[in-house]
Design a protein around this ligand. Structure first.
Ligand code: HEM
Ligand SMILES: *[C@@H]1O[C@H](CO)[C@@H](O)[C@H](O)[C@H]1NC(C)=O
Ligand SMILES: *[C@@H]1O[C@H](CO)[C@@H](O)[C@H](O)[C@H]1NC(C)=O
Length: 367
């Protein structure tokens, strides 16, 4: 009920903002090409164009886009009021610390592999005039805008950069229990990211692959459509696991249902936990939900540790993503009989099965 009210309010506010934008005088940017609602947004057009051209291969939802999104989470989630309450530094949240102190933070175990995207983003940070904290969140939003079916994510400028690295131990690991993950996300967000919103956040794994969980098969995707922002991730994680894409016995990995696909233990257990199973299932075949809920939680994730009153909303600079593609389906060879039903309240939605021989999915090419 509370959420219904919230979303009605948000839609109304968005509608009003649209009207206001038409009435508000826009500023002409110094680049002579663009206008913006706030002069502070002007410099973002050049950052966006540079990213699209030189990091995201002319606007593609490729590994660089996926890794830029993962980086937003690993920077932002490293904040802990619980540690602060014990008199220790708890990290600064979305403060750029992961890229300002990369030799420290990218060596933390859950941040494995992020040294690469930090290194790739470095020259872009150097040739533009954003705080590192703003840059990381902006690059994630632009990367996601290249994924068909994605929401248009929020972009803010004005974040303060970190002056010290975040402590280790604040980023969730795929071998953590649901309790550990729910507690950590609730701590970081002062209670906002509850188990339901944790599911919303995990929508990000619709455009994702693992390089380091099983290093023998880098680029193993979490669903059969890692280049699309769709709900296949929620379907495929609910199927009975029967195989590993590479070797068995990796920490944080369980069997998936499709050749070449990698399933994280944490996604598997949260999909089956009694607190979250119905929420997980509710994303199946609900594209609007996969867009709106992630748009909402990314906004809040991307400003953790920052004062929103000091930030300028420049979301208008983020491209409107291409429309969704495809139809939610069971991968070829699999049906409702392969679903491990975990939601006790509602049956699993009926979906068509893709024709042809059993689906197998190719690795996402590395940067
Ligand atoms: C909350 C618990 C979460 C856990 C335990 C988790 C864990 C992981 C792991 C182990 C990988 C694979 C890393 C590798 O081996 O290369 C991964 C990839 C990824 N994660 Fe998460 N994640 C979580 C939440 C999130 C959230 C909230 C976001 C975004 C807001 C996110 C975005 C991504 C993306 C985009 C990738 C793919 C990166 C690539 O394709 O290179 N994750 N995650
Ligand atoms: C750089 O960013 C600061 C802070 O937003 C701004 O005041 C300044 O005008 C910017 N400089 C250039 C050259 O864009
Ligand atoms: C999709 O999700 C939205 C948001 O929660 C909900 O209002 C809507 O009823 C859902 N649509 C379907 C077909 O279940």
């Amino acid at each position: 009920m509370a959420f219904k009210t919230l979303f009605t309010f948000v839609s109304l506010a968005t509608a009003l903002a649209g009207t206001n934008a038409a009435l508000t005088r826009r500023v002409a940017c110094p680049d002579g090409k663009n206008t913006a609602t706030n002069a502070a947004c002007c410099q973002l057009f050049a950052v966006r164009d540079d990213l699209q051209e030189n990091l995201f291969h002319g606007g593609q939802c490729t590994a660089e886009a996926h890794e830029s999104l993962r980086l937003t989470f690993h920077d932002a989630i490293a904040i802990s009021p619980a540690l602060e309450a014990q008199g220790q530094f708890g990290g600064g949240g979305a403060d750029g610390s992961i890229a300002i102190f990369p030799e420290i933070e990218t060596n933390f175990h859950p941040n494995i592999g992020l040294d690469e995207i930090v290194e790739l983003q470095k020259p872009f940070v150097q040739r533009h005039n954003l705080s590192v904290a703003d840059f990381i969140q902006f690059a994630g939003a632009i990367g996601v805008s290249n994924c068909p079916g994605a929401p248009q994510l929020a972009a803010f400028v004005g974040r303060k950069d970190a002056t010290q690295p975040a402590p280790d131990g604040l980023v969730p690991e795929p071998f953590h229990t649901p309790d550990q993950i729910f507690d950590r996300l609730a701590d970081a967000s002062q209670g906002e990211f509850d188990p339901i919103l944790t599911v919303w956040l995990l929508t990000a794994h619709t455009v994702a692959a693992a390089n380091d969980v099983d290093p023998t098969v880098p680029g193993s995707p979490f669903d059969s459509t890692p280049g699309l922002w769709d709900t296949q991730f929620f379907v495929e994680t609910q199927l009975r696991g029967t195989m590993f894409p590479g070797t068995g016995g990796n920490q944080g990995e369980v069997e998936s249902a499709i050749k070449g696909e990698l399933r994280l233990q944490s996604d598997h257990t949260i999909a089956r936990d009694s607190r979250t199973a119905c929420e997980w299932q509710s994303f199946v075949n609900n594209q609007t939900k996969a867009q709106q809920m992630f748009q909402f939680v990314f906004h809040d994730l991307s400003i953790l540790g920052q004062d929103i009153n000091q930030l300028v909303d420049c979301s208008e600079v983020v491209p409107v993503p291409p429309p969704p593609q495809g139809v939610t389906h069971f991968p070829a060879g699999l049906t409702i009989a392969d679903v491990e039903q975990a939601c006790a309240e509602t049956p699993f939605p009926s979906l068509p099965t893709d024709p042809g021989p059993a689906t197998s999915v190719a690795p996402v090419p590395l940067p």
